[in-house]
Design a protein around this ligand. Structure first.
Ligand code: ZN
Length: 248
């Protein structure tokens, strides 16, 4: 268990499924981008495997040298580890909607109460409230080392979702959280803030970006021609048909 290199400057440092980067069964994929001078983390897992995650990060760089951990959205498998990251000196970056919900560990807005009742989390699992250090504006950019990092609004899977587009060495890497997956799939759930019309606009917008690599919050990465994957999902939405659902 540790940091698993995915491509130049990118490691998988947490996962519920990848054996090499395993942190906890309930965790999403947590990524580290580090170019030797600066970097960022994308998503924090549930917190149940936070020690393993932070140890994996420290194999690659000093965690306190990072710009922070960007939380793609407030679902517990992505944001539950936020408080642990902050305790380790890593600033938290998130949208205003995510910041609001995490400040009070709101189990209704984050759908944690529903997900726990559905068996997605252990019965005793709770979100730890977390204060976001930097609330990200739509389209805001940040520089870390030689990386240029864009934060793009991506509602649809849930309110306040954002994706992280990292430009490095002539390539664009899209960290898509629960917005887009390999095979052009999406993540649609029967929760109050899963909004198909917004999901369509998000994916159609992302299809206009030149994306080389897709690094989703679950499942396999798309390491080549990722724009084709995104365009397939967008084409489906343009026909008013939701793309295949990763959860079905
Ligand atoms: Zn989610």
């Amino acid at each position: 268990m540790g940091a698993v290199p995915i491509l130049d400057s990118v490691w998988l440092v947490g996962s519920g499924t990848h054996p090499g980067a395993y942190t906890d069964t309930h965790d999403c994929h947590c990524y580290l981008v580090w170019d030797g001078a600066g970097g960022i983390l994308v998503d924090a897992g549930t917190g149940l495997g936070a020690d393993r995650w932070l140890t994996a990060v420290a194999e690659v760089c000093d965690p306190r040298a990072l710009a922070g951990v960007a939380l793609t959205h407030y679902h517990a498998d992505h944001a539950g580890g936020a408080a642990a990251a902050r305790s380790a000196g890593i600033p938290l970056l998130a949208s205003a909607v995510t910041a609001d919900a995490l400040a009070t560990a709101d189990e209704e807005r984050t759908s944690l109460a529903r997900a726990r009742a559905a068996g997605a989390y252990p019965p005793g699992y709770r979100l730890t409230p977390a204060t976001i250090d930097r609330v990200l504006l739509d389209g805001e950019t940040l520089a870390a080392g030689d990386l240029r990092i864009e934060f793009l609004p991506a509602p649809g899977h849930c309110d306040g979702h954002l994706v992280v587009l990292v430009h490095t060495r002539g390539r664009s890497l899209l960290f898509s959280g629960d917005c887009l997956f390999a095979g052009g799939r999406v993540s649609i759930q029967a929760i109050p803030d899963c909004r198909l019309d917004q999901y369509a606009n998000t994916v159609i917008g992302l299809a206009e970006r030149d994306v080389d690599v897709l690094l989703p919050g679950h499942g396999e990465p798309v390491l080549h021609h990722a724009a084709d994957t995104i365009r397939a999902a967008a084409a489906s939405f343009r026909r008013l048909v939701p793309p295949p659902n990763i959860l079905s």
